[in-house]
Ligand binder design. Sequence first.
Ligand code: FAD
Length: 463
Amino acid sequence: MIERALISEFKKAVGAEHCTTDPADLALYAYDATTVEGNPDCVVFPATTDEVAAALRLANDARVPVVPRGAGTGLSGGAVPVKGGIVLSLARMNKIIEIDRANLVCRAEAGTVTGVIASAAVAQGLYYPPDPSSINFCTIGGNVAHNAGGLHALKYGVTKNYLLGLTAVLPGGEVLKTGVRTMKGVVGYDLTKLICGSEGTLAVVTEVTLKLIPHPPHRAVAVASYPTAKAAGEAVSAIIAARILPAMLEFIDNTSLRCVEDYLKVGFPIDAGALLLVEIDGRPESVRAELDTAVEILKKNGATSLSFADDPVGCERLWEARRAVAPSLGKASPRRISEDITVPRARIPDALERIGDIGRKHAIPTAVFGHAGDGNLHVNLLADQRDLAIRPRMQAAIEDILRLALDLGGTLSGEHGVGLAKKSCLGWEIGADGMRILREIKKTFDPNNILNPGKILPEIGSE
Ligand SMILES: Cc1cc2nc3c(=O)[nH]c(=O)nc-3n(C[C@H](O)[C@H](O)[C@H](O)COP(=O)(O)OP(=O)(O)OC[C@H]3O[C@@H](n4cnc5c(N)ncnc54)[C@H](O)[C@@H]3O)c2cc1C
């Protein structure tokens, strides 16, 4: 419990109406998009970098945990205050500060919703490509903290590829400005990229400087259905091996397909074993030529039906359907577990086959979808993780899936991060020396371990 006197100090720092200890409010900040829970003692809503600094100084002096929070859409428990303390919400810091059209740069406060930045860029004929499926409600600060990817990461990369610099507040309240607003810059260790992906454990990001690019003039999407997930996986590997670079190459298996069709009624062929969504963008002539080549490969690999969209409304409708896959699975199986492995693209068919085997071995239904062009598969275990009779089987299945990712030369997470969910297995991938360096970095930034404690790094001795 936090002392009442300290709460009064937080109220002085951010304004009494922007600091709450009302149990009804606290309950809203006890969750993210996982099923993990943990009640904070207090939620503060600073409006400026200086207010963030003042709140952190108070918490650091009192050794009280602080959990930074964007929109709470994270899928690894990162924004859940499992050790109590303060939730520091960036919700009031939600302004685009500048779109510099001459230099193709955007500056925004960390609590700005990513989709607002993307739309503001489009209004200027520009493009901010990282588009997590949660784009319409997650924040840019949360994206930086997770180095979020998205549907268009295959061609355009992830958040860190567009992050030029940031303003961040260290746990002791010092304001750090990192990076550049130029297209190049190699001065010193790259603190911008170190903070990107640090999941709120090193510093609170308050402002970001992002690179924008010209908006592609044209896009077209092909939707191909396959009799089996493995056949669709083989088509993905074939497209990558043919050196075609789609803007988007997404995979949806039959279970996910049925759920999303039930949820949105898009007209997807629900009897297909799996669907691929392949988007090509660029100048109209090159889009047509590249799409023809991609379609040849899709057909050669056994596509049983094909449909197309080449207008903005049609493409947006398909993206919307793809973005709805996770919520539709959530509706069908609210207590499911969603894993997030990435494997080398040529190993996708093996991964899909072995994920099916793992589900059968543990008698847990699975649904797989994801950014197949990146090798990033979201493996959903469709069971109630709160059911004590099933939980051990779910845990064993998760462990098998994570081991599979590493066996195939992949990684434990493509974009959802470590948070609470994967900290016990981090050492499998990073190794003992890597873990030691991560701990030393954490200690340098946060010697009193107040910033998002218990996330990413396992307790010492539990690795
Ligand atoms: C339906 C759905 C679809 C999704 N699709 C994708 C996808 O395609 N790609 C993808 O990458 N992710 C996806 N996600 C996961 C999630 O949206 C992203 O991880 C997103 O980046 C989280 O942003 P947020 O603002 O909600 O952060 P939160 O959930 O509030 O926080 C996430 C982590 O970041 C930290 N944090 C938040 N803000 C800051 C800050 N300003 N400074 C320091 N640390 C901070 C928190 O402490 C926490 O550890 C999806 C989630 C959902 C629910």
